[in-house]
Design a protein around this ligand. Structure first.
Ligand SMILES: [Fe+2]
Length: 479
């Protein structure tokens, strides 16, 4: 009990920068300090003094190699009641979660397909108790956590809080996008409340537990191997715009001291789950300092930039966070959103254009209707358009849009409201998990949304082919 003699943890903070009852530290990439008990951080610049204040253990969590250049070096020092090494040996978890994958080279588990894929939303099985760990399943991915290069896309559908256990992902960073139901996430750095409309990043190696204060919850997760998210460069946009560093919130120190016999650490390692038991909570960090921290972000704070005269901007203009590769401008994974905004382009097809992309695109919808799909792409659902697979607006959207030609609507500024879609985009080509392809929630008729697209070519009025031409002036047929 908070503040009781048996568990003298500090009272939960009531005032904060997040407005949700929890206290946060503002800023992305900052070097933070936080202590739940005054005086619990070592003084005089020491990280590991002979004896830490209040008899705490010092423990470093490294998110990058020790010798990573300073501007990318991530680590945090924790001062905890007992070190995290104090546990029984790891064993394969029983039951396992056979629908998690972290190595996509095995064609028995994950299949290459260029087909456009779409899934309807899926709720947690009402007949099963599924917490965040059991409700998590991989949809697709590329590369390998063992080789420290790649990504995975997961979804989750859970109906119970994690109880007496904490999760630790040794494979990579999780970027979690709740779509339904808040997540109350306890981490070694403190607590965060994350409703739909916000995202949260749990970096590799942090122990965390997920409670579901709203009941059943579902959402999306991207996982990156061997990289971390950062803000995109802004180029000619300048010094401001898109996601602002100060709107990212990290938790403040919070701990529990109670004896917890049989407490279970669930470790995801190479996509497999292992468990180890201990007799105390892993959330026993009284103070910490560093720049390797979990953080959350309210997507409504994103400042979109867009075209203001003609044509549709490439979706990269809506990048919230990016995990770069070694090639400039090529992302291991971009997190891109399509938020409410004004559409003002003149004489322009305002929905996204038809395209084929060397990158692969996994999309989800948090709420509302996505501007390029009138039907079928539902909140909580998903789609995947892999490398060079064509896609774009469905027939209904195309016809409705071009019907505005010549009318007042075509050039009237329109506010796109009540919608929030997002994309995980990667330079790597994903394989799709067999269970996702065989899922009853897969929309096998997805291709039909484009089959009705008809020719509007009007050059040959009698229905015959028009005359062949080699003139460069009329190559677009508009002459
Ligand atoms: Fe696309």
């Amino acid at each position: 009990m908070s503040g009781s003699p048996a568990d003298p943890r500090p009272p939960e903070p009531e005032q904060n920068g997040g407005g949700d009852g929890y206290a946060y530290l503002s800023g992305l990439g900052n070097s933070f300090s936080s202590e739940a008990v005054q005086g619990s951080l070592p003084a005089n610049g020491h990280n590991s003094p002979l004896l830490c204040p209040l008899g705490l253990y010092a423990e470093q969590l490294s998110g990058t190699s020790f010798t990573t250049p300073r501007h990318r070096n991530l680590r945090t020092w924790m001062y905890r009641i007992k070190p995290s090494v104090t546990h029984d040996p790891f064993h394969p978890r029983d039951p396992p979660n056979p629908r998690l994958l972290a190595d996509f080279h095995d064609p028995r588990a994950a299949i290459a397909t260029p087909t456009q894929l779409r899934w309807r939303p899926r709720d947690a099985d009402k007949d099963a108790d599924l917490d965040f760990v059991d409700g998590l399943y991989t949809v697709c991915g590329a590369g390998s956590s063992f080789l420290r290069h790649g990504f995975a896309v997961h979804m989750y559908a859970a109906n119970k809080s994690m109880d007496g256990c904490a999760f630790c992902n040794a494979d990579g960073d999780f970027l979690i996008v709740p779509q339904q139901g808040k997540l109350l996430i306890t981490t070694e750095c403190g607590k965060m409340l994350v409703p739909p409309g916000e995202i949260v990043v749990i970096p590799q190696g942090f122990r965390f537990a997920v409670d579901l204060p709203d009941g059943p919850s579902r959402g999306y997760v991207s996982e990156i191997f061997g990289a971390h998210f950062q803000l995109p460069d802004l180029g000619p946009i300048g010094a401001n715009g898109l996601a602002s560093a100060r709107d990212f919130l990290s938790p403040t120190a919070w701990y529990e001291q109670a004896h917890r016999p049989g407490y279970v650490i669930v470790q995801k390692y190479g996509g497999e789950l292992f468990t180890a038991t201990q007799d105390f909570s892993p959330f026993n960090v009284v103070a910490w300092h560093g720049n390797y921290v979990p953080y959350k972000y309210d997507l409504s704070k994103f400042c979109p930039f867009n075209t203001v005269l003609f044509d549709h901007a490439d979706p990269s203009v809506n990048t919230v966070l990016t995990a770069p590769t070694d090639k400039p401008g090529v992302a291991l994974l971009d997190f891109v959103i399509f938020p409410p905004r004004w559409l003002v382009a003149e004489n322009t097809f305002r929905p996204p254009y038809y395209h084929r992309n060397c990158m692969s695109e996994f999309m989800g919808l948090i709420y509302g209707v996505y501007e390029a799909k009138a039907d079928g792409f539902l909140p909580g659902g998903a789609s995947l358009h892999s490398c060079m697979t064509p896609h774009g607006p469905d027939t209904k959207t195309y016809e409705a849009t071009i019907s505005k030609l010549g009318g007042p609507e075509a050039n009237t500024p329109t506010r796109l409201s009540g919608t929030l879609a997002f994309m995980f985009e990667s330079a790597l080509i994903p394989r799709v998990c067999r269970w996702a392809l065989e899922s009853p929630s897969r929309d096998l008729d997805y291709y039909q949304c484009w089959i009705g697209l008809k020719s509007h070519f009007s050059h040959g009025k009698d229905g015959s082919d028009g005359p062949a031409t080699t003139s460069s002036d009329d190559k677009d047929g508009e002459k």
